[in-house]
Ligand binder design. Structure first.
Ligand SMILES: [Zn+2]
Length: 381
């Protein structure tokens, strides 16, 4: 048996706080601005800018609708362009899009709003996003406040009665929310990276199938069948990740990462997330913070620093060079590895890709990961 899921809130919390104190990665409140918290300061500035843009965007959308209204001369707002016969499903980030796509198969249309490789944490929606949301029959977001701007836009644009399903809020009790380095409790937004924990993803798949069946009852059984097929693959993935992770010597099972996205993965597979380098506002650490970090990484004898390919950071190389820690800078935290069409350009591929890097870098054996099929055809084969 592999480790049973432990509650993220209780597991790792002590260790996280201990390392946070030891590393002093992101002291809260911010010493440079004692009366404000980093997240709230960031949010205040960013939200102000973005709300202005959002208002402009909504005005553009309204003008578009008025244009349609003028065409028929009735004064009634027209519906968006006629939707083809398939259900229109809209979602946000790439990992979720792939997961949802596996439940949908060829039964509905799916549109992901956040473009590949774009930082979903700071993504600003576009006018075309407003159009997709207005045309949607069903919307899935991660929730946990990851897509606050998209949610605002969705609520302003969706047709009446269209569900906006926040998966993270459905599968994770508030008591299990993790607040940590880049997502401090003082900021109010928990760590949103539920997709890096396949157990939570399996719970999402159940919700996705249920909501698709409700929105498109004629095909409910087909969605449920697709979900069951995909769940079997996710169970196999989960077991393989656990088996490979268990080969890492216990003393090595620590994750010091750049992007703070491993909060729900760590407890699932027995890793302690000991720190995250990226500040809450997604900027680079200051020179002083880097200097402190170098000293503290040395003291804590951190074996590997993990960076993410989508968040390249020059400070990582400097920290690795100065501390002697090994640098693995190619994790795929929020994006799918490879290119569209590659077998590994999928959620399952992403989890295998990342776990292979982590387990190998920390001295474990990745062999168990080789048994997991990357595609449904391989699984059938
Ligand atoms: Zn992220």
């Amino acid at each position: 048996m592999y480790p049973v899921r432990q509650t993220p809130h209780s597991v790792g919390r002590t260790a996280e706080l201990r390392m946070a104190a030891a590393l002093q990665l992101h002291p809260y409140p911010d010493p440079h601005c004692p009366n404000t918290r980093p997240m709230s300061r960031f949010l205040t500035q960013t939200m102000e800018t973005i709300r202005c843009r959002l208002l402009c965007l909504l005005a553009v959308c309204c003008l578009g609708l008025v244009g349609c209204t003028a065409a028929d001369g009735t004064g009634q707002l027209q519906q968006p362009p006629a939707i083809p016969d398939r259900l229109q499903v809209v979602t946000t980030v790439a990992p979720l899009a792939d997961i949802i796509g596996n439940v949908i198969g060829d039964l509905a249309n799916l549109q992901a709003l956040v473009p590949p490789g774009v930082n979903s944490h700071t993504y600003e929606p576009t006018p075309s996003d407003a159009r997709h949301l207005a045309a949607a029959d069903l919307i899935f977001i991660n929730g946990l406040q990851l897509e606050a701007l998209i949610l605002d836009l969705a609520e302003a644009n969706v047709a009446e009665g269209v569900p906006i399903v926040a998966l993270g809020d459905r599968v994770l009790d508030r008591s299990d929310w993790v607040f940590d380095f880049s997502f401090p409790e003082s900021g109010g937004a928990p760590n949103p990276h539920i997709w890096l924990n396949p157990e939570l993803v399996m719970a999402c798949v159940e919700v996705i199938a249920e909501e698709l069946g409700r929105a498109d009852p004629a095909q409910a059984e087909a969605y449920a069948a697709n979900a069951e097929t995909y769940l079997n693959r996710l169970r196999q993935l989960d077991e393989a990740l656990a088996e490979a992770s268990a080969t890492v010597p216990e003393s090595q099972r620590q994750l010091l990462t750049y992007h703070d996205s491993w909060a729900y993965f760590g407890p699932r597979y027995g890793f302690t997330v000991t720190g995250a380098i990226q500040p809450a506002d997604m900027a680079e650490p200051s020179a002083r913070e880097v200097a402190d970090l170098i000293r503290q990484v040395r003291e804590a004898n951190v074996p590997v620093i993990f960076g993410a390919a989508e968040f390249p950071s020059p400070v990582l190389e400097a920290i690795a060079r100065e501390t002697g820690a090994r640098l693995e800078a190619s994790l795929a935290d929020d994006v799918l590895p490879g290119e569209p069409g590659d077998p590994e350009h999928s959620y399952i591929g992403m989890m295998l890709y990342n776990t292979r890097i982590i387990v190998a870098a920390l001295g474990g054996d990745v062999q168990a990961l080789d048994s997991v099929p990357l595609t449904q055809n391989q699984a059938n084969g």
